[in-house]
Design a protein around this ligand. Sequence first.
Ligand SMILES: Nc1ncnc2c1ncn2[C@@H]1O[C@H](COP(=O)(O)OP(=O)(O)OP(=O)(O)O)[C@@H](O)[C@H]1O
Ligand SMILES: [Mg+2]
Length: 310
Amino acid sequence: MLDQMRATTVVAQKQSFADRVTRTSASTRRPSAPSITARLKKHVTDGSKRRSRSIHRGGDMATIIEIRDAKKRYQLGKDNHVDALRGVSLSIRRGEMAAIMGPSGSGKSTVMHMLGCLDTPDSGTMVLNGRRVDNLRDRELTKIRSQEIGFIFQGFNLIPTLSALDNVALAAEYAGASHGDAVESAKGLLELVGLADRAGHMPSELSGGQQQRVAIARALVNSPAIVLGDEPTGDLDTATSEEIMDVMREINMKTGTTFVLVTHNPEVAEACDRTIRMRDGLVEDDGLSTEVGFDFGTRRRASAHALAYA
Ligand SMILES: Nc1ncnc2c1ncn2[C@@H]1O[C@H](COP(=O)(O)OP(=O)(O)OP(=O)(O)O)[C@@H](O)[C@H]1O
Ligand SMILES: [Mg+2]
C-alpha cells in the first residue's frame, strides 16, 4: 500500500519535499503514474486556490473551521425536547487530523452535522474557511458541502448499482465537473487508495475495507478543504480498520487535507493528532491542553519524509 501511494502521490506544501518524494518513488512508479501525480497535484492546487481565496476574505490561516457557543435543541413534541448541543465551541486547524470521542448521545454526530453544513445551530456562530456559514440558506449550504467538504460514513453509503469508478465520478459530476474530467479524477483517486484494479467492480463485489477506500476516494474527488468521518471504521474489523486509518493518515500528510473523525475506538483516536471529548452536549476536553507548540506543517513534512525513505 505504501509503495503504491508513494508511486502515485506527490503533493506537499513545500516543493523541496515534493521533489524528495518524487525522486524516492521513481523506482517503483508505473508508466501511468506521472499523469495521476499531476492530477492529484491539480486536485490539491485547485483546492488550495479556493481555500486561499477564502482566507483573503479575512479568515484565520491556521483555523479551517470554528464553532462558537453552538446550541441545538430537538423539539419532540410540545413539552418534550432534547438539548443535543448546549454551547459547543470548537476550532479545527488546517491540516490537522482530529478525533471526536464521547459516550453515545453526547452530541458527536450533531456536531459533525454542523461541521459538514448539513445542519445549522439554533444559536452560536460557525465560520468555515473564513466565511460565516451558520446563517446561510440551504442552497448555499449545499454548494459549500459539494465544494468544501468530503464525507465518509460508517456504512460506506455507496450507490449499489454503480461501479466503484462511477461512485467516485458521480460525486465530481454532481459538483459540476464534466463526465470526462470526473472519470479521469475518479481513476486517479482509486489508484491513490490502491483500488485501480477494482474500478469496474460493483460495491457488492468489494470487501468492507475496499468499499471504504472507494468512499475515501469519493470524499476526496472535489478537493475538499475538510473530510468528515462519522465512525468511518465502525463496520470494519481491527486489521481493516488500521488499514483504512493508514490510508487516511497518508492522505492527510501528503495533501494536507484536514480530517475530523468521530470514533468510539481509542486506537483510531490514537492515530489522530488530537482527541476532542464530548459529554452531555458540551466539549469536555478540546484536546489542546496537552499540546505544546504543536506544528502540523513540521510534523507533516517530517512524517512524510520518513514515509518517503521508509
Ligand atoms: N433528529 C433528532 N431528533 C431528536 N433527537 C435527536 C435527533 N438527533 C439526535 N437527537 C438526540 O440528540 C442527542 C445527541 O445525539 P447524537 O446523534 O449527536 O449523539 P452521538 O454522540 O452521535 O451518539 P452515538 O455515539 O450513539 O452515535 C441524543 O440524545 C439524541 O437522542
Ligand atoms: Mg453518532
